[in-house]
Design a protein around this ligand. Sequence first.
Ligand code: ADP
Ligand code: MG
Length: 347
Amino acid sequence: MNKKTFTLGIFGGGQLGKFLVLAAKKLNIRTFVFTDSLDSPAIYYCDDFIISNYENKKKIDFFIKNVDIATFEFENIPFKTLDYVEKKIKVLPEPSIIKILQDRLKEKNFLNIIGVKTTEFYYLKKINKKNLSNNIFPVLVKTLRLGYDGKGQILFKNKKSFLKHSFDNKEYIIEKLINFKKEISIIICRNQTRSICYDAFENLHKHQILQKSQVPAKISLELNNEAKKIAKKIADKLNYIGTMCIEFFVTKKNELLVNEIAPRVHNSGHLTINAYNINQFESHIRAVCNLKTKKLKKIHKATMYNILGSDIKRYRSKTMMKNEFFYDYGKKEIKEKRKMGHITKIF
Ligand code: ADP
Ligand code: MG
């Protein structure tokens, strides 16, 4: 293994990892991927990789020895692992931030403390199930940790069905279901000295999985700027380094509520590959490797569609139009609802 050149370590080997690796390559940065899955798109593009569970100390030590800085493509890498790595080399964004954002309750408490509005929420362990007011239904009950693409969420239309349900986990968060006008996300990238922020993307979810993102979002300039201001406040308060995504609900009254924060590059930002001079992945690499940031420029309007499960087969044989860009993540196993690829149309 050649350790003469600067090497960036990346935990996670999914499609986000793959795009990070490609962005690093463009900047002449070597990459070393640590993934727990054989079916990891990123391993075909990086310089080195390890396939192991995220708790294997021997493998982690080897990884530490061979990288200069570590980052991650998803936030559910065990905190203990990131914390251990950080004692030896820099991990960005910092694990102490991930500890807050890995946990929906800690995340919402943090947001409310800094004065950022979220959905109305309750902690299930603390409250007496029966005391929950009828007025807050319908609700979504979410696990505190490890949720993604709607996993770990249950919808209860009324208190009766909620009381009848027996919960497996010890702790949950209960959120009032928002009858929102639309969903948007802001991708912000912050380095030691400044932050750059993409315009709001408008997102459409189906069965709690992102289906489509588009830029520009059909919102007013004021709302776009307000969302960016909130994103900047969050990034500054966390002293965050790297790319981060803030998901918002826009209420019927045009109020912004933060739904969740993803401390990493994000699916809604895939369109930045074709719509901007610098995509969210390159921005992340530049920030964590302390390279100069560049001014963001939107080159195209764009819409991105996720391709789930066996739908990928249809796209593999489809002839694309001039303005269509198809990305096949190259995952071996096709599973229902698994993100297999995406297509971005530019205008
Ligand atoms: P995940 O980690 O799975 O992305 P989210 O909390 O972002 O979890 O939920 C996924 C999607 O489910 C959201 O983008 C939104 O469409 C819907 N959703 C989540 N929470 C609420 C809520 N409180 N009210 C209405 N819709 C919600
Ligand atoms: Mg989400």
